[in-house]
Design a protein around this ligand. Structure first.
Ligand code: NAD
Ligand code: MG
Length: 397
């Protein structure tokens, strides 16, 4: 029986994880569930899964959850605050940690799980993007098992040679691999006339054609910053260079990514676009378990591929440049993006302003050597202030 903590249990990845766990009560038990403010859903999850701990990062929400739990007579202990997130992620009794908090807010608890040598099911790509080498070094040092949940990286993992527990891929040391083909749906604005991009609404941006996801990642998919972050994520996860990663637009989202080998073989992982497949893979690895996802009906499939256009997706290129710059540039890129996306969702800036905010912020902050988590968080904070200043200017235009 494996004990599981879910960081970000009330989100899209969190609820999909619980759906897979619900199907396998003899294999997994929920140890802790965490959320930011949604005490109502966390309460219902506690009643169903009876975790030992529930953590609400917002103290007011924690008080409300504690009252509900008391009335229900549930044994779950309610904690609050960032230290408690790290505590339930690194607790001695925990085997697996699903890292599914959105954004840089997930860094500290995910890092705590890494340092404690847990199996990390990594959905929270921002944590790896901003801490890069520190994250990977900590995984190696603690012997943590790092399993990618992002569907593309999970697909790549499945198409690469099988590893032993605790081992990590280093593609730059394997001459047999020529390229990683990272697929992207192209989002809701793939074919929209370019002159209409500046007037799209948040509702249109979050309506993803193939995947049902949280609001922030849905906007990232529309700008393709999501794919930019995923290029960086792939470079760190698989020890590869940015030039070895080719982004391929594949609007049907049936192929989740591919690996091209030197003998001409291209291995692809396919399936219906449903995050329960990579979640089940991460939980059961190296075995496989039922996930609730319908098998792919291959008859009548149409698979299209195209190159991304630079004018339509400037964020994709900003991410590649930030990674090449190295140091804290990826953390600055991520922080500016988080601020810009929140401002767009609040209808303060236009969709096309997201890229401008990121570009201006990146050009104002000199990249520093990544030395510690504290130094990354300080750069993240600095970048957010600068991005906010650019947002204020754009908001009045
Ligand atoms: P979501 O917005 O649906 O859920 C986010 C979760 O994080 C919620 O439980 C929320 O309570 C919690 N949270 C938010 N802010 C927090 C804070 N400041 N402190 C603590 N907890 C906080 O997001 P999601 O779509 O489930 O995505 C989660 C992560 O997984 C993101 O990093 C995303 O990029 C990644 N991911 C998601 C998908 C998907 O299909 N949704 C696919 C691949 C990767
Ligand atoms: Mg993805």
């Amino acid at each position: 029986m494996k004990l599981v903590t879910i960081l970000g249990a009330t989100g899209s990845i969190g609820t999909n994880t619980l759906d897979v766990l619900r199907r396998h009560p003899s294999l997994y038990k929920v140890f802790a569930l965490t959320a930011h403010r949604n005490f109502d859903l966390l309460f219902r999850q506690c009643v169903e899964f009876c975790p030992k701990f529930a953590v609400m990062s917002d103290p007011k929400a924690a008080t409300l959850l504690r009252d509900l739990i008391k009335q229900q007579g549930c044994a779950t202990e309610v904690l609050s605050g960032p230290e408690s997130l790290a505590e339930v992620a690194s607790h001695d009794q925990v085997d697996y940690v699903m890292a599914a908090i959105v954004g840089a807010a997930g860094l500290l608890p995910t890092f705590a799980a890494v340092r404690a040598g847990k199996r990390i099911l990594l959905a929270n790509k921002e944590a790896l993007v901003i801490s890069g080498d520190l994250f990977i070094s900590a995984v190696k040092e603690s012997g943590a098992e790092l399993l990618p949940i992002d569907s593309e990286h999970n697909a790549i993992y499945q198409c690469l040679p099988t590893l032993n527990a605790g081992e990590m891929h280093r593609i730059d040391q394997q001459k047999s691999i020529s390229k990683i083909l990272l697929t992207a749906s192209g989002g809701p604005f793939r074919t929209l006339p370019l002159d209409q991009l500046s007037s799209v609404t948040p509702q249109q941006a979050v309506a993803h054609p193939n995947w049902d996801m949280g609001r922030k990642i849905s906007v990232d998919s529309a700008t393709m910053m999501n794919k930019g972050l995923e290029i960086i994520e792939a470079c760190w996860l698989f020890g590869t260079d940015v030039d070895q990663v080719q982004v391929v637009i594949h609007p049907q989202s049936v192929i989740h990514s591919m690996v091209s080998y030197s003998d001409g073989s291209v291995l692809a992982q396919m399936g219906n676009p449903d995050m329960r497949t990579p979640i089940a893979y991460g939980l059961a690895w190296p075995d496989r378990i039922e996930s609730g996802v319908e098998p792919l009906d291959v008859f009548g499939l149409q698979l299209d591929f195209a190159r991304p256009e630079k004018e339509r997706f400037p964020c994709l290129y900003l991410a590649g440049e930030a990674f090449k710059q190295g140091g804290t540039a990826s953390a600055v890129l991520n922080a500016a993006n988080e601020e810009a996306v929140a401002a767009f969702l609040d209808e303060k800036i236009k969709f096309t302003d997201i890229a401008s905010v990121i570009e201006s912020t990146l050009s104002e902050v000199d990249s520093q050597k990544v030395e510690s988590i504290e130094n990354i968080l300080a750069e993240d904070d600095k970048a957010r202030h600068i991005a906010q200043r650019h947002i204020r200017v754009l908001a009045v235009l």
